[in-house]
Ligand binder design. Sequence first.
Ligand SMILES: Cc1cc2nc3c(=O)[nH]c(=O)nc-3n(C[C@H](O)[C@H](O)[C@H](O)COP(=O)(O)O)c2cc1C
Length: 766
Amino acid sequence: MSSELAKLKEESLKFREFYQPEFFRLSIKDDKIKFDELIKPGLVFVFDEISDQLKELIKSRHPSSRFEADDYAKLIDKHLAGVDIDDYGVWVYYPWSKRIVHILDEEEFIELRTSANKHKITTAERNILAGKKVGVIGLSVGQSVSVTMAMERSCGELRLADFDTLELNNLNRIRTGVHNLGLLKAYSVAREIAELDPFFKVVCYTDGITDENIDDFFLRGGKLDAVIDECDGVNIKILCRIKARELNVPVLMEASDRGTLDIERFDLEPDRPIMHGWLQHLNIDLDILKNLKTNAEKLPYMLPIAGLETLSSRMKASMIEMQVTLTTWPQLATAVTLGGAVTADTCRRIFLNQYAGSGRFFIDMEALVPDDRRKEHFEPKATVEITEQEMKEISGKALGILSKASYSPSTEQISDIVAAAIKAPSASNSQPWKWYYREGYLFLFYSDTGIVSFGDFEMMASDIAFGAAIENAALAAHAMGLDFNVDAAPVETPKVLVAVIRFDKKSTDNGLYRPDELVNYIGERVTNRNTGSGKAISKDIFNDLKDAVRSVAEVDLIIKDHPDELAQLANIVGPAERLKLLNPSSHYEFYNKELRWEEDNLSFDGVSIKTLGISQAEEIGLKMVKDPQAANLLAEWSGGQALEYTARKSIASSSGFGLITMSDFISMQNIVGGRAMQRMWLTATKNKISIQPLMAPLLYFARLRAGGNGMPDFMKKELEKLYERFCKLFPEAEERESVFLFRMGLSETPVMKSLRKPIGHVFMHY
Ligand SMILES: Cc1cc2nc3c(=O)[nH]c(=O)nc-3n(C[C@H](O)[C@H](O)[C@H](O)COP(=O)(O)O)c2cc1C
């Protein structure tokens, strides 16, 4: 770099310190001397439009008069009353731009500059507003509010607090020039105001708001009449509200998303809890607040303030992309401009006693100026659960074909058997079963709860659950000394009557066959979604699990536990879980049928958020994507990678994973596979090994391989890739059908167990 350039740069940097103009009234001797010195080197730009201003002033004072050009010369002369026009008014020097501008002096300047406000703002109102002091914290939306208020003169003093300097990526929403990069935001705003109205009082707090200066900010030079909070720091947000409440100062905040405006009238409601009471469940200890460092620590405070549910879809989708494809919250110039107007307008009305409310409001352009063209919404198909009458009719038909039962256990015994059966796992805890006991036969019916439908291609998921329930029932029957036999439905009732179970007295007491001891683990078995320790599981246990599966004919279990294989698995399950949330039909099912947010679950089915073993941040992610429009946007952007996090994290913490396979074309294939799965799961429970099914890939592959009906193209395309990965990971499974994929490990017991419908809802007898 040349030394001239370096010197010029250094010189120019000095101008960063200036934000206040200098005034020269040439009728004052001292001013005149200084002014002459200033202009002597000829290094300034001079702008003199004073006579036009005088002409305008005269015109504005005589609105009903029609003056000719000659009249103005005379009227201006009269107005000057002998003062030389150069000495009239004031010369204002802006050191940062080396500009000198000749303007009317304060009173006339303000009168003329605000003359077009009348009578939206009357002169009397203008005079009230001139006495108002406003503190602005944070200068993105804050810049827009400040400049708008100064322009309108809806207050007489602005105290601007921001420690930040301007960066290029601020210029999408902060109106300023590139020459101001690196300049303190507070100075940039102060300069902008000074350029449009040099008489406007601006005080800059370039450390932002701190413990040390907050009293000064609120009180020095007179108590603030309103605070505009536009800062990012959660502790400052709370701190300034506590102070505002203490001093009865109203607080306004605009969130530049959906035109969200918060108003807290601590001036009128001194006992009003801060932030509308949404933080009342939290510890508002300032020492704790000051030390909030991580996002996880700040989130509990930020969430109620941000109001997750009411964010725009684009904001929610963008939040999911934070730290993946985005580094900062999106904020648009339109939103910031609107925010400036909305806040300034409300603040003025508060000052003029034209508004007395508090609360959160939305000036949501998309809602106010809506796009009425029909959008495609996912329409779920109607589901109807099977009725007792239907079970009676179908079982009656079946009994016409079946021979008389050789042994009929009591209804109490059957009730106990069904009670064990329904403790079985089912996809999304859909419990797709109903049981009907009649004339010695126990009929198992499919009952469509609508909880799993997209993921239940050709009833794969339900059949596995039926298999698991049948296995539980068999174990319970054996424990009662009963023989247990399952047959496929004897009547043409496809997909409704699943199986018919016969009982017998055990002919010989040949001791329990191997898995029978598993009956003791039916109640203990649970889906464990917690992260594990990653510690190795012994080969003996793996062999135990394999034996359990292989005790059912034609079924096999492949187990893998190498870290590379776990990583490969995560690259299949993670994306499949993301697709589950981004595909409209599985999204609908997950949020409307499967997931239970509340502890209370009156339907006793579905999966409670509490059983998912996820962190608060992951839960927030799920909440963001609950909005179908946000999910659609993520799909459109090929985004949402953060939604893979939960699966990836839990797989990485696992000790291994398994795949249950079957030889092809076996009757009741998945039901048989489900029985083997349940034997494996109960064996794992016995060995204190935690199990979590990872079924999204298998269930979606089944649909994909049959043509992908109901799948959007983006999903099909990605699943094809995932299927290739899957075949690479499990080459052994190529010639067989994959039934059940799961991870296993050593994890803490879940805090909560999934509920089951009471037996009276699912078991009936003739
Ligand atoms: C066929 C099938 C598929 C399942 N898929 C998953 C899965 O992909 N992810 C998961 O976390 N749990 C899965 N589960 C577990 C169920 O959600 C769980 O069994 C149900 O909520 C009842 O809870 P419980 O197993 O603790 O009794 C699946 C269970 C079955 C039977």
